[in-house]
Design a protein. Structure first.
Length: 433
């Protein structure tokens, strides 16, 4: 693998042009089911490794270290990891744009990221204190984001526009299945978070196998790989935002994800402390969380598949993004004003309907407003910052709402307002219907 020209190499210009055009051209051939399955499984493994810890294991480990400061510890660890992901995703995306390997540009980073993430999860299982816990989670984020940046960029590399929302919906299905698998792991280990981390590591490694075998990744010759220009990379965070459609799409994704994270961040604590699930129903909060996650997952899968196909058939992106953002906001309001087990069930189903369609269609919309085909990995990494930055922002916003500013009612109302702003800004995008 190379990130720059090999010293002394004199590549054949004709071969370089051919290789680069194959790697960078807008795809026109529909991708096959096995390739899509590989992408789905990578998304499943990465999200199991992310959300098993985020939803259950990190919260349990935080409570183990200091029950009285569990919210603060959880916010610290989660925020530090998200900060790493904001740098890692575009950085590794830029590296994959320039990688010359016979395996292709994206495959080496999917493999390396999965190995690093799995090793860090194993280290997290044995963390003796909050400092080591934070460090290991940051390494998990670095590895998983390397793999995620590469697999995210592989879609516009290989999938033609008329198929893109459908593939986006299937990838969203993999993401949701990974979230569900993570929740199942958290519930199944019954508080043994160390075992949970090890199982998440195994899921991450297993998830990348089919893609590594069936990637069909178009390679760049060594001499065709552009050298890494660090000044250009740093300016690259700003340059895409000079493209109005890209900027509005990025802002929309940021706001909708902030609202969504504010809804899900403290859901386990919400069931315990606001719904009083144990006292009112006899169910353990961890089990209740699993039930809600399962319902959410079912509706995300259905909505992402239906929404993606509908968007591809009609060629429309913006109306579906607006509608799905409004549905997500509605789910927040249900939780705010019906803090009961029934309200939680209804809210989870509505949230799944909204977020499933949003994931599929917004993904297709984003790929159609990328500034430059040669920088798909880096620019999509900048897009993914709009998904990871909320992991930093949401805890900062949510914690004072929960502890000082009215509790979960005010938290979920604020989440609804923020999500609705995302729906409003979608209309600013001019280059996509």
């Amino acid at each position: 693998m190379s990130l720059s020209d090999t010293p002394g190499a004199v590549p054949d210009p004709g071969l370089v042009r051919t290789t680069r055009s194959a790697a960078l051209a807008e795809p026109t051939e529909r991708v096959r089911p096995l390739w899509i399955t590989g992408v789905v499984l990578v998304n499943l493994g990465i999200n199991a490794a992310f959300f098993g810890p985020i939803q259950v294991l990190l919260a349990q480990q935080s409570e183990h270290f200091d029950p009285g400061q569990k919210e603060a510890i959880f916010a610290l660890v989660n925020g530090a990891g998200a900060a790493v992901s904001m740098v890692a995703n575009p950085l590794f995306g830029a590296f994959s744009d320039r990688t010359a390997s016979r395996l292709g540009r994206r495959v080496p980073w999917v493999l390396a990221g999965a190995v690093l993430g799995a090793a860090a999860l194993v280290g997290l299982a044995g963390a003796p204190n909050v400092a080591v816990m934070t460090l290991m989670w940051c390494l998990v984020q670095a590895g998983c984001n390397a793999a995620y940046a590469a697999i995210f960029a592989a879609v516009p590399d290989r999938v033609p526009v008329p198929q893109r929302a459908t593939v986006g919906g299937l990838a969203a299905m993999g993401q949701t299945a990974g979230i569900l698998v993570g929740a199942v792991i958290g519930a199944a280990v019954s508080g043994n978070y160390a075992l949970g981390y090890i199982i998440c590591a195994a899921a991450l490694v297993a998830g990348v196998v089919m893609y590594l075998v069936k990637s069909d990744d178009s390679p760049l010759r060594v001499g065709a790989a552009r050298p890494m220009n660090w000044a250009e990379f740093l300016l690259g965070f700003i340059r895409p935002l000079r493209h109005p459609d890209f900027a509005w799409a990025w802002t929309t994704r940021l706001l909708v994800n902030i609202g969504n994270h504010m809804v899900t961040l403290y859901l386990l604590f919400f069931l315990a402390d606001a719904v009083h699930l144990k006292e009112t129903t006899g169910l353990e909060p961890a089990f209740g969380f699993l039930v809600l996650t399962g319902l959410y997952a079912v509706f995300v899968i259905i909505s992402s598949l239906v929404g993606g196909r509908l968007s591809d058939r009609t060629g429309k992106r913006k109306p579906l993004v607006i509608a799905s953002s409004a549905i997500i906001a509605l789910a927040s309001l249900i939780l705010a004003f019906a803090p009961t087990w029934t309200g939680g069930i209804v809210g989870a189903c509505v949230l799944g309907v909204g977020f499933g369609a949003y994931l599929a269609v917004d993904f297709a919309l984003i790929t159609q407003v990328l500034p430059n085909a040669a920088d798909r990995g880096k620019d999509l990494g900048v897009v993914n910052v709009a998904s990871s930055l909320p992991q930093v922002i949401a805890p900062v916003i949510a914690w004072p709402f929960v502890t000082m500013w009215g509790g979960y009612v005010s938290l979920y109302v604020a989440a609804a307002i923020i999500g609705l702003l995302g729906a409003v800004f979608v209309v600013k995008i001019k280059g996509v219907d």
